[in-house]
Design a protein around this ligand. Structure first.
Ligand SMILES: Cc1cc2nc3c(=O)[nH]c(=O)nc-3n(C[C@H](O)[C@H](O)[C@H](O)COP(=O)(O)OP(=O)(O)OC[C@H]3O[C@@H](n4cnc5c(N)ncnc54)[C@H](O)[C@@H]3O)c2cc1C
Length: 486
């Protein structure tokens, strides 16, 4: 029986462990975090997973609990393979590795089916990815399913499946180095033990929680960003593999970063999960310290802009911004705008609101909002479920969709800064999840999956792809670690 060690404790590691065990391997998971903080960034997510599907039958296959009533009142649409390809290409400016992206896309549905087969449950992501228009609930952004119980539910369910299957999960077990013999990986060293293995799967996250590496690789200022998730992803897996001769790959100066409450703690808080994020900016206007707009809030659906707008906020004076909304759109704001721990001000007029925006040039902010209002094309109907083309033009930057005059009290504003989610650069991994060495050949006995894989995401990211990537490549890594690539 092959002995497989999986390093990590999130979605990618647990999928790898389940998959390796399914092949009959003797599997140990080393999770650096103590039990109470287990689960990595995966636990902080909403559990949203981007998957290829074709209409209601596929939705039913992933979500057997769907009722006839839900099916009748919901327009799930479809997310064909070609659209996922287009999204990955367009969003990464055609830098994504076609083999890795191809595998991610082609195996997305089958991998989620594999997960449901093991007992993971999915639900429609009604709250954040659909709008109700004309009596029907319509999904709009290719991201339609979420794990039951969100990220915590996903981690708990994968942990139960792994444990029931006989996987040994050790918490508070930090891997520090790989053991090598004649160029082959033959084990892992922790602080107090050397553990032998026939194969090792690295699934222990990127380097987003390492302030020094952020400044070194992402650039000056990134040490100031808040970390949205776990404090434990400090690049250990990447460093261990590079030390063992692996090749680096991908967008090392790039990362996923979003608008995040300006007073959120330095690392994620499991009681709040992902709710410090503020992702309804396509429905409003975003101002910086100078009182000016600096992004096209409606350039595309939120799923295709949110991951790059955190960087834009970091670039602004003081690394903060305020998102401004009026009473008309408040009922459409996502659930994260209704939590207690938020930086929020409200007023009955724009004149009063701008005075409450801490750190902002109030006179310029008012002038910007008035100029925005004057530029809105009120003749085109507003429809948040499609790219409605209701623009504000003749101002810089323009707002390309969903432009509404800010004219209805109450007016609300939310203070945000940059929250980093995960880093894009990492290891060179092939489509069999083998880690490739600097000489171009796979390193025997070494596999990797999840955030530490380089080459998939560049500059930006289509929402809900991280968990799917971890599941697809984790499953492959576990299978191949157990039995060697087929
Ligand atoms: C707030 C937030 C919301 C998100 N929402 C979504 C979403 O809805 N959908 C989506 O697809 N993606 C989402 N993401 C991105 C998603 O979390 C990641 O893409 C995905 O979870 C990565 O999985 P992973 O298993 O590679 O890493 P992680 O889940 O981060 O797991 C890495 C694990 O490695 C462990 N570890 C680190 N170093 C060591 C070591 N030396 N030894 C042993 N263990 C170690 C850590 O403790 C951790 O358990 C979100 C991220 C955040 C932070």
């Amino acid at each position: 029986m092959n002995r497989v060690i999986v390093v990590g404790g999130g979605n990618a590691a647990l999928c790898a462990a389940i998959s390796a065990r399914e092949q009959g391997a003797d599997v140990t998971v080393l999770e650096r975090a103590p039990f109470g903080q287990r689960g990595g960034n995966s636990r902080f997510t909403a559990g949203g997973m981007r998957v290829v599907y074709d209409g209601n039958d596929d939705m039913r296959a992933l979500m057997p609990d769907l009722t006839e009533d839900e099916l009748a009142r919901t327009d799930f649409g479809a997310y064909p393979r070609d659209r996922f390809y287009d999204d990955m290409g367009r969003i990464t400016e055609y830098r994504t590795d076609p083999d890795l992206a191809g595998k991610l896309i082609d195996e997305s549905f089958d991998t989620l089916r594999w997960m449901t087969g093991h007992g993971v449950r999915f639900l429609p992501m009604y709250g954040r990815q659909s709008f109700e228009t004309d009596g029907r609930v319509r999904f709009w952004g290719g991201l339609t399913v979420e794990a039951w119980g969100g990220g915590p539910g996903l981690v708990d369910s994968l942990t139960d499946i792994a444990r029931r299957g006989g996987v040994d999960i050790r918490y508070g077990a930090r891997a520090v180095a790989l053991e090598l013999k004649a160029g082959r990986v033959c084990g892992v060293r922790t602080a107090d033990a050397a553990l032998a293995a026939d194969a090792v799967v690295l699934a222990c996250g990127g380097f987003e929680s390492n302030a020094a590496w952020r400044a070194q690789y992402l650039g000056p200022g990134w040490e100031i960003a808040k970390v949205r998730g776990t404090r434990f992803n400090t690049g250990d897996g990447i460093r261990m593999a590079l030390d063992a001769g692996a090749a680096s790959r991908g967008n090392w100066s790039g990362c996923h970063a979003v608008a995040w409450d300006m007073h959120a703690p330095d690392f994620g808080d499991l009681d709040v999960g992902d709710n410090f994020q503020k992702h309804s900016y396509p429905l409003g206007v975003v101002l910086n310290a100078e009182g000016r707009r600096f992004v096209d809030e409606g350039a595309d659906f939120r799923n295709y802009t949110y991951a790059k707008y955190g960087r834009e906020i970091l670039r602004q004076t003081g690394q903060f911004a305020w998102q401004v909304f009026d009473g008309k759109v408040l009922p459409l704001l996502r659930d994260e705008y209704r939590i207690k721990r938020m930086t929020k001000v409200s007023a009955d007029s724009l004149e009063a609101l701008v005075k409450k925006l801490d750190g902002v040039d109030a006179a310029q902010a008012l002038a910007t909002l008035q100029a925005f209002n004057a530029a809105v094309d009120v003749d085109t109907p507003f429809d948040p479920a499609v790219k409605d083309g209701r623009a504000a033009r003749g101002i810089d930057p323009p707002k390309s969709n969903w432009a509404n005059r800010l004219d209805t009290p109450p007016f609300e504003a939310y203070g945000v800064t940059c929250g980093i989610t995960f880093t894009f650069g990492g290891l060179h991994v092939d489509d069999q999840s083998r880690v490739v060495g600097v000489d171009g050949a796979p390193i025997e006995g070494l596999y990797a999956a999840g955030e530490l894989v380089g080459g998939l995401f560049y500059f930006n990211y289509p929402g809900g792809t991280g968990l799917t990537s971890g599941a697809v490549f984790g499953r492959t890594a576990g299978r191949n670690a157990a039995s060697g690539p087929g």
